[in-house]
Every structure is written in C-alpha cells, then in structure tokens.
Design a protein around this ligand. Structure first.
Ligand SMILES: O=C(O)C1=N[C@H](C(=O)O)C[C@H](O)C1
Length: 303
C-alpha cells in the first residue's frame, strides 16, 4: 500500500529569541537542515513545538516560516494540539489557508471523552477542514487512549491518512495495526520502542531526537522494514543514551539545549516549561557530539 506520509518525520522545536518571540531565521535554517538530511516531513507545533504555549498568531507565523523554508520539497505537517473543536478548527483553517496540506490533530482532551465522542470529534473536524489528518494519540499527556477498534473506525474517515501513536502499550498498538495498517499509515511517536512498532506494522515515526540524528533514525527504519530486526534493535540501542537524555526532562527543553550546543537554536522555552538544567546540559555535552559524528557511519544504508 502507498502511504501519503511515511518514514522519519521530524517534530521540530519552535526557537524563541530572548524576548519569547519566534526566531524565524533559526527555524528556517533548521527546516532546510532537516530537508537536506532527507527528512520525510517536518512537523512543527507538536509537543516539541510548544503549540499549547503559543498564540494563534505565533502558531501561524511558525507554519508560514516552515512552509517557506521547505519550499514545497519537504512536507510540512503542523500540529493541532487544541483541547476542543472551535480552537482546533480555527487554527487548522488558518494553517490550510497558508498552504498546509496535512495536519497532526491530537485527540480532544480535558473532556474525558467516550470513544464514540472521539469519533464524533474527528468527523466534525474532518467536515470543517480541507486537509489530510494524521490522528495524534498521546495518553500520557492527554489522558485519552484510543481503543484499537476506534482507530479502525477513524481510519474509515476519508481525510484520515495516518495516526501518530505515542502509546507504549504494545498489545494495543499491535491490535490497532492489525485492523488499520492497510487503511492508514501507522506512525509511532514512541522513540523507546521504535523498532518494535515498525515490526508490528508502523511505516515510520514522528520523532523528536531526529532533529539531531535523522540519518541514524532512517537507518533503523530501513533495517526494521527489511526484516533485519536484530540489526535495527542494535543500531537503535546505540541511540539509547541520546534518547534517554532528550527525554530526561520535559520535552522540548532537552532537545533545545542540544540544538543550542550545536549552534542550531536557543535554549528558551515558554512557561510552564523550564530550560534544561545545568546537569542535563552537561550530560548532553557528553552525548550529542558523539551521536552527531555517527551520522556519517550509516550512509552505506542509502547508497
Ligand atoms: O512534538 C511531537 O510531535 C512529539 N511529542 C512527543 C512529546 O512531546 O511527548 C514526543 C514525540 O516523539 C514527538
């Protein structure tokens, strides 16, 4: 089956200047950096992009900046992380008017909705917004889990083309993939178990640490998709120190600290987040350079 979106899609952070304003030049440079590294898409305004901390105007500025930098060559799939329909549709329509063709839309939260209510929500969003939808399930942030049968029901919606599953429940993910993998693209957000999700039918992932090592993530994906699971797991294991550091404090503070180390960004995050601690910055200084150096060791997978 051909999927519109698959591979390594990088959740890019939103860089701020010292006054909390968008550092558009840094964002443009990073989108081009990801495109040059072969990212299959960039995903601004996810959790990594601090969607929930920004104004509607700031969000739209991020989207237009990414679209201009990507220049039609690399898909830009903005997140919609609003808790409910009105704000979600307003932001989505603005992003589509700016040129976005696909959106990553989180499950409605705060309401503690029923599974039927979740289906109603995405049906209403789909009726209101002319864009491809990648469902976004992340129970540890929203408190909302999708039953595997709900995933299958949502996969029947015309505009739903994928799901980003940030859910470490492998039994649930396996059942959802059995039902929906031939209808929509299963994308994992669980960096911790990425090879296993691929072995279960995921066709890629929306990843934060691929801001730093996109080629190594693409190599893990390539190995897993070729059935070379032991090699995929071994290569993934070499990323473990970086993955653990990037999620040692609330995302995206660590990834921003790592990018600051490389001269690619700034450490600033918006409340309630706090910049990475001095101890974590020291830990990243010991992990990031070596991880970046290993990017050149996987080029043979793509020759
Ligand atoms: O921003 C995202 O998209 C992601 N957010 C998740 C989180 O912040 O918990 C992690 C996932 O890898 C990507």
């Amino acid at each position: 089956m051909q999927y519109k979106y698959s591979g390594i899609l990088t959740a890019v952070p939103t860089p701020f200047d010292g006054d909390g304003r968008l550092a558009a030049g840094l964002l443009s440079d990073h989108v081009r950096r990801m495109a040059a590294a072969g990212a299959d898409a960039v995903v601004p305004l996810g959790g990594t992009g601090e969607y929930t901390s920004l104004t509607a105007a700031q969000r739209l500025n991020v989207v237009t900046t990414c679209l201009e930098a990507a220049d039609g060559a690399t898909p830009v799939i903005p997140g919609i992380l609003s808790p409910g329909l009105g704000d979600a549709v307003d932001n989505a329509k603005a992003f589509v008017a700016a040129g976005a063709k696909a959106l990553m839309v989180v499950t409605p939260y705060y309401f503690r909705p029923t599974q039927d209510g979740i289906v109603d929500y995405f049906r209403a969003f789909s009726d209101a917004v002319d864009a491809d939808i990648i469902l976004y399930e992340i129970p540890y942030r929203t408190g909302v889990s999708l039953h595997y049968e709900t995933v299958d029901r949502l996969a029947e919606l015309t505009r739903v083309v994928g799901i980003k599953a940030c859910n470490p429940d492998l039994a649930q993910q396996m059942r959802a993939a059995e039902l929906a993998r031939d209808k929509i693209a299963i994308l994992t957000g669980e960096e911790d178990v990425f090879p296993l999700h691929i072995a279960m039918g995921a066709v890629g992932g929306i990843i934060s640490s691929s801001n730093l090592v996109p080629k190594q993530w693409a190599a893990v994906l390539r190995l897993a998709q070729e059935g070379r699971l032991a090699e995929a797991i071994a290569l993934h294991a070499s990323l473990r120190p970086l993955i653990d550091a990037v999620f040692a404090e609330p995302n995206p503070a660590p990834i921003k600290a790592a990018m600051t180390l490389l001269g690619w960004g700034t450490p600033d995050v918006l409340p309630p987040l706090r910049a990475a601690s001095a101890a974590l910055r020291e830990r990243l200084a010991g992990v990031v350079p070596a991880s970046i150096e290993r990017e050149s060791t996987v080029s043979h997978f793509f020759s």
